[in-house]
Design a protein around this ligand. Structure first.
Ligand SMILES: Cc1cc2nc3c(=O)[nH]c(=O)nc-3n(C[C@H](O)[C@H](O)[C@H](O)COP(=O)(O)OP(=O)(O)OC[C@H]3O[C@@H](n4cnc5c(N)ncnc54)[C@H](O)[C@@H]3O)c2cc1C
Length: 372
């Protein structure tokens, strides 16, 4: 099967890029391994988050902000084209502090980001316990809550609806999604690429590898070193309940349907996406300490998913030097960056307009760090 572009991986990053490319008029085939793969896109928390992004690497803050600023229009566009409402809300978000020590650390962190950003749009402030309680009049705060950072830059969306909308939007624009196609081999042939899966062969002029934890192996086939490793996050969903939380927090957010999502662990356990009693206890305890009302709700579902982390936690965006027309994209905030991915990749992949703000995210930085 022939197309202009093959996107390998139909997770959060590949679906956004596939959607952008198809919307720009390209013939796109997205090949996705499917449910046997580790898929962060199906297990994540759904925050569109900026307040903690990019300390020491200002371009990452800028890119995250650019993406969330584009998110409202992106969500509207997806709804208009596909009928899927991705439940995007951007009223602000909080990171709670459960001790004086956490509050001091948080204050210092946001002060440093604020200094780094200078006049460049960082909007986040520390609020005390009383102000936090005012934001959540229907959920009494636990006694340990000392305050929070609050940023109007932050928001949330339904990540499963987002994935569905991007894939559906891509197909409506003429692209094709191929589940159950685990890519085994990539070869450069003539002016294009031949991509081989267990059940077929696909040809395209260009290629984008966005295969999450599968990226490193596939990127090596086009001469790009894209180191990624898994990090496990465990989450709990409660039964649906009345509105308790108008604002999402890092670790507690209420969905449009009324469930409260509680998370998340950060565990280096390799390719293991099991849930554990210890992990559940950790996330439940912290959330209930912040909001005791959560102990009254039934926990109806728990799951774990694997984050896709680069060594410095920043995205990797690169076009191969040895294999022109072959690109790699990976990041660990695929929901936050979805709008940017959909908007910035088409011009780069189809017309060669390199987005200058991607400069920071070339994987050559790892070689430079190693030799420094
Ligand atoms: C617990 C948790 C919470 C998170 N919370 C947030 C959040 O609140 N906000 C946020 O912005 N981000 C969040 N993330 C991160 C976000 O989910 C990821 O950044 C995003 O899913 C990465 O997208 P990806 O496409 O690179 O990888 P994935 O979403 O994992 O998708 C990779 C895809 O590649 C496919 N694939 C792999 N190998 C092959 C192959 N050989 N051939 C074909 N296809 C292949 C897989 O089938 C899969 O569909 C969270 C992640 C976790 C785990």
């Amino acid at each position: 099967m022939k197309s202009d572009v093959i996107v390998v991986g139909g997770g959060m990053v590949g679906a956004a890029i596939g959607y952008g490319l198809a919307s720009a008029g390209a013939a796109v085939n997205v090949l996705d391994e499917g449910d046997t793969a580790f898929r962060a896109a199906r297990g994540n928390f759904g925050l569109t988050w900026v307040q903690s992004k990019g300390l020491g690497v200002h371009p990452y803050f800028r890119l995250s902000l650019e993406s969330v600023d584009a998110w409202g229009a992106f969500a509207d566009e997806l709804r208009d084209k596909t009928g899927v409402d991705v439940a995007f809300h951007r009223a602000g978000g909080l990171i709670l502090c459960l001790s004086e020590a956490e509050a001091i650390e948080r204050l210092d962190f946001i002060a440093r980001l604020d200094r780094q950003a200078a006049d460049d749009g960082y909007d986040c402030r520390f609020i005390d316990r009383t102000e936090v309680q005012d934001l959540f009049p229907k959920a009494r705060l636990g006694s340990q809550v000392t305050g929070a950072s609050f940023s109007p830059m932050d928001g949330h969306a339904n990540p499963l609806f987002l994935l569905r909308a991007m894939v559906s939007g891509m197909c409506k624009a003429g692209g094709a999604f191929h589940p159950g196609q685990s890519v085994e081999r990539i070869t450069h042939a003539g002016s294009g690429y031949v991509v081989t899966t267990a059940s077929g062969t696909f040809h395209a002029e260009k290629l984008v590898i966005a295969a999450g934890l599968g990226t490193q192996r596939l990127a090596a086939m086009v001469g790009i070193d894209a180191p990624v490793r898994p990090q496990r996050g465990q989450l709990i969903a409660t039964e649906r309940t009345r509105e308790l939380f108008r604002y999402p927090m890092s670790g507690v957010r209420q969905t449009d349907e009324g469930s409260v999502l509680i998370g998340f662990t950060q565990e280096d356990v390799g390719l293991n996406n099991d849930t554990t009693a210890a992990g559940m206890r950790y996330v439940a305890r912290r959330a209930i300490t912040a909001f005791p009302v959560l102990a009254e709700l039934r926990f109806v579902r728990a799951w774990a998913a694997l984050r896709v982390l680069t060594p410095d936690h920043l995205p990797i965006y690169a076009e191969s030097k040895t294999h022109p027309g072959a690109f790699v994209a990976t990041c660990h905030s695929g929901v936050t960056l979805a709008a940017a991915h959909a908007r910035l990749f088409p011009g780069w992949v189809l017309e060669g307009h390199f987005p200058e703000r991607f400069q920071t995210f070339h994987p050559e930085r790892f070689n430079a760090q190693a030799t420094a």
